[in-house]
Design a protein around this ligand. Sequence first.
Ligand code: ATP
Ligand code: MG
Length: 477
Amino acid sequence: MKFLYKILLWTIIIMAAAFGVSGYFFVNFVFQTALEREVAQALDGSNILRFALETAALNVPTKYGVLQDIAVEQIGAKLEGGGQGSGRLLRVSDENKEALYVSVSFTEDTTLLQTLTENSRSWQVIRQGERYYVQTGIMVNTMDRNLYLETMEDVTEVFEERAMGFELYRYVTLVMLCASAVVMFLICTFLTRPIRLLTRATRRMAVGDYGYRARQVSNDELGQLTQDFNSMANVLEGTFDELEGEIQAREDFIAAFAHELKTPLTAIIGYADLLRSRELDEEKHFLSSNYIYTEGKRLENMSFRLLDIIVTRREQIEPQPVSAEVFFRYLEDMFAGNREQRLQISFEVGTVYAEINLIKSVLSNLVDNACKASQPGGVVEVSGRVAEGGYEFWVQDYGVGIPEEELQRVTEAFYMVDKSRSRSRNGAGLGLALCVEVLRLHESELWIESTVGEGTCMSFILPDGPERSTEEKANEV
Ligand code: ATP
Ligand code: MG
């Protein structure tokens, strides 16, 4: 059952109970009041009759001073005739509670009579057929006789009014319930609107529409719930996007990897087949073997780089303070044999917080790229300086440069701007991808500025370690 209908049903049940109980008490209260009034009147009437009976008895001529039963009977008939309308209903009984005079319609029931004693006065409500009466009873002491006088007052009207009251109340309750059910339905529909909007949003999200948001239509708890739901949906959407991006990147990586593997392998297999199936002259033999060797080397280089990237991605590093000079001396030694480009090194003395071998690998990749991009005889500048919050390295060349639209992509694995040029230099397009991973571990990033035909500058800042930062802060103070 819908929440809306549940609220509606319970409201109607509670209202029906409330109307019913309050109506019952109200009508009954009115009835009791009216009945008490009637009883009081009946008792008053019975008192008056008693006096009338006593007076009449005193006026009756008596024999030996005793009131005869016949005289009582006559008085009873007189008293009955003295009433209004159809006459009074009364019963006069003697000391033995035997009736001396009874009105025609008077009840035969003697329960009240049996309870009457000296000086007592009683009443009860009785039903006779369709009519209700208040029956009163009283003892009359006259002329040495103890008589019992009972009267009956018709109170059917009071009971009819009660029945009418209940009838009217039932009718009013029914009308009120119908009216309040309509009003409650409208109120419930309005109040449960945020729930319906939330349900719609969850359903839309369940079928993959992650961009759908529930509209907030109130500022109460349900409004807060909608807000929280939307925030959760935002986080989820972000995570989904990230995951999709990651899946896409992985697929691209695998596709590029398969492609990069296929090209050298096809060449290697082709040349190997040539070598084993034909008699080649010495020059062709050398060329074929050389091709197999260089492509094999490229594959080897590629597999090492891939391994490096995978290991780096999983690694947790602990940067150590290292003198910046260590890196520049390393580059000097490494590229000392390079006769094609001139390496110009300039740096400020400083401490670098780094995993030494990883940063050496980043710098050698950048210098290697700069050399590959430069003309023979070109200059490659490697510099370092103490920067705000860390130590900055940059590698500048004056080579071919990178087109602006490629800048974003050169750090992707296997991406090469000029494939044939890179491959001819044993490139696999993995160097910068590795650099980015290593710098990410050092909480740093690679900045690339390049102009086609003028050259490229790649730089990064290694942030200060905790000790250095506190030292600096202490000095500032
Ligand atoms: P690997 O480094 O795996 O041997 P690679 O040098 O081709 O191969 P990356 O270092 O990732 O791969 O560089 C990607 C591409 O970016 C290069 O192929 C090259 O086209 C371009 N590139 C990188 N550095 C420079 C630079 N200094 N000047 C011009 N182009 C560059
Ligand atoms: Mg490279």
